[in-house]
Design a protein around this ligand. Structure first.
Ligand SMILES: NC(=O)c1ccc[n+]([C@@H]2O[C@H](COP(=O)([O-])OP(=O)(O)OC[C@H]3O[C@@H](n4cnc5c(N)ncnc54)[C@H](OP(=O)(O)O)[C@@H]3O)[C@@H](O)[C@H]2O)c1
Length: 289
């Protein structure tokens, strides 16, 4: 049986979502603030609505995907009655914003699920695309068939509507830290005229091993126990300082490796040199206090 789903917001991502719903056989109504963006979807079989209110009127499931939660709220506020509907908001923002919007939607008689899409628009609908959801579990289950059309690797994280945004932040933070380290390394290599792909090939086992290192780091952090028999922080320090010196000698920006070296140096100075690298989580935690 097909559901009736409405998509509010037809930017790059909203259009990809509506396309995935249509290709999944769902009756899909679409609306966008700026007219014209619905045309290609209407040509594929979507129903174009003249207003957000018209788009929401006949929908069981309302999917919002715009630039930020304030924009999502303003669209929902203009959409008339939300009573009895399930609102799935896939707009990026902080976990606190997601919780605020969830409470606002629930006060209007609807159920709320927040989703965080961890892929680019062209990969929407792919079986390996990761999506995090949190909020009203019964609402998620009721519409899981439609929501799983967004990405095959969808995880429902629990009743906190902020959880999906937080997991998204955790993923992005991990990604940017890794990419910055890699691109600094690429600058270093290319300063010597070395092709970066040659490094990726030669170091592939180490690079794969880096990903395999994360579960043990996660366990140490979760337990709050940082003692390790080998690979302690103090052994990272000379290499981190070498990277700063090498960068300086080559005229490469030193800010990123210098930050790493200083984090390690401070932990060693504080008497944690024999601990695992995971000890640095305490430094990040202290920064929030
Ligand atoms: N693109 C991706 O690959 C990707 C990946 C992961 C997550 N996301 C997230 O998906 C969301 C949408 O991104 P996008 O890439 O589709 O952006 P986009 O192509 O720039 O489109 C932005 C959408 O937001 C709407 N919008 C912005 N401000 C609005 C307002 N005040 N009131 C009503 N509508 C408003 C725009 O409407 P108009 O057409 O009228 O301007 C448009 O539909 C963002 O939260 C983004 O971070 C995107």
């Amino acid at each position: 049986m097909t559901m009736s789903v409405t998509v509010l917001g037809l930017g790059e991502m909203g259009s990809a979502l509506a396309t995935a719903f249509l290709e999944g056989g769902q009756r899909t109504t679409v609306w966008n603030r700026t007219p014209g963006k619905a045309d290609a979807l209407v040509a594929k079989g979507a129903v174009g609505a003249a207003s957000a209110e018209e788009a929401v009127a006949g929908a069981e499931l309302v999917v919002v995907n715009v630039k930020g939660n304030e924009a999502a709220r303003s669209i929902l506020a203009a959409a008339g009655s939300l009573s009895g509907r399930v609102v799935v908001n896939l707009s990026d923002g902080t976990s606190g914003e997601a919780r605020d919007l969830a409470a606002w939607v629930v006060r209007r008689g609807a159920r709320y699920v927040h989703g965080q899409i961890m892929t680019i628009a062209p990969a929407v609908g792919h079986p390996d695309s990761v999506v995090f959801f949190g909020g009203d579990e019964a609402a998620f289950e009721q519409h899981a068939e439609v929501l799983l059309l967004i990405g095959g690797r969808a995880t429902f994280l629990g009743d906190d509507p902020g959880a999906a945004a937080l997991f998204g932040m955790a993923m992005n933070g991990t990604m940017w830290g890794t990419l910055n380290g890699f691109l600094h390394a690429a600058a270093l290599l290319s300063s010597q005229g070395v092709e970066v792909k040659r490094f990726v090939e030669a170091a592939s086992a180490s690079l794969t091993g880096l990903l395999g290192y994360l579960p043990s780091l996660a366990e140490e952090v979760d337990r709050g126990e940082y003692a390790v028999p080998f690979g302690a922080l103090k052994h990272h320090l000379p290499a981190a300082e070498d990277l700063v010196r090498e960068s300086r000698e080559r005229g490469i920006d030193v800010e990123f490796p210098a930050c790493t070296a200083e984090l390690v140096r401070a932990a060693v100075r504080a008497g944690h040199g024999d601990d695992s690298y995971s000890r640095l989580v305490e430094r990040f935690r202290a920064g929030a206090s």
